[in-house]
Design a protein. Structure first.
Length: 293
């Protein structure tokens, strides 16, 4: 298996895991407070990764210290802020709006890659991106242009847009990772630093807003998001960036609504209608076109 195929597969698996996370999130809305969910998520990720990374991290302490500013910025954007903003956004906006705004993540990444790395955006890639966006709009609006005009935006939508930009910038930072930082040490470092940044906000939320109730639903949810939607998916995403670059990795993110629709059909009993099938075909076609370049 060559690097291009492996990188695309890693990005696909990461996207699938995040899609499962979105389906799960629809069932826990209001059950766990936003910062509490984020803090538990990353704490679990740190604990699970620790046995595999803590020894190497101690041995590479000088390298970590040397790159601490880079690690702190990467952790702040990709761990502390990104997911926490999504949880806050979900409290005041609809899943439709979140899906619509999520379109901006790959676009932000392509633009930033062009500015920072001077990556060329060919005409065929622009066509492919346009096709992908068309497919996402068909999926969100169910083929009705009128439905798009009746979408109402809230403060949650603004938070989601900011979160998308931060994740795009995180993806760019991952590509700039110093070679002296091996993947496990890098991942463990940003998880720990990001969780430390979250801690004071978690304490405030716990004391003055809402406590996390550790019932069966909370344990199962945080276990999934901590292990699969955090540890495994972030490792796969970071490796995909290393293998195939930021732009190609970013475009695969557009499959989230496709995966989410299929998963919702099997696990939530939500019907798949003809417009969803058409949109999935459009999105996949666009991805095939853009990844030929």
């Amino acid at each position: 298996m060559n690097n291009q195929t492996k990188g695309a597969l890693f990005a696909l698996l990461a996207t699938l895991l995040w899609s499962v996370n979105m389906v799960i999130a629809s069932g826990i809305k209001g059950h766990i407070p936003p910062v509490g969910l984020a803090f538990c998520r990353w704490t679990i990720a740190c604990i699970v990764l620790a046995p595999f990374a803590i020894k190497n991290s101690i041995e590479n302490w000088r390298i970590i210290k040397k790159n601490i500013r880079y690690l702190m910025l990467t952790a702040l954007l990709g761990v502390t802020i990104f997911n926490t903003l999504i949880y806050f956004a979900g409290k005041t906006t609809s899943a439709v709006n979140l899906s619509l705004i999520a379109i901006s993540i790959p676009l932000f990444i392509v633009v930033l890659s062009r500015i920072i790395f001077k990556e060329k955006v060919s005409n065929i890639k622009i066509v492919g991106i346009a096709i992908i966006i068309t497919g996402v709009f068909v999926l969100i609006t169910k083929g009705s242009l009128q439905a798009l005009f009746h979408i109402n935006f809230t403060i949650g939508d603004l938070l989601m847009l900011v979160a998308c930009f931060f994740f795009a910038y995180y993806t760019i930072l991952v590509r700039q990772k110093p070679n002296e930082l091996n993947p496990k040490v890098f991942l463990f470092s940003i998880f720990v630093i990001g969780t430390i940044f979250l801690f004071p906000f978690y304490i405030w939320e716990h004391l003055f807003y809402k406590k996390v109730i550790f019932d069966a639903k909370t344990v199962l949810t945080t276990s999934y998001v901590g292990i699969f939607a955090s540890l495994v998916s972030y490792y796969l995403w970071n490796e995909a960036i290393r293998l195939i670059g930021t732009s190609k990795t970013a475009l695969i993110y557009y499959l989230i609504p496709v995966f989410s629709g299929i998963l919702a059909y099997f696990f939530l009993g939500q019907a798949i209608v003809i417009t969803q099938i058409i949109s999935m075909g459009i999105i996949i076609t666009g991805l095939l076109i853009t990844n030929r370049t």
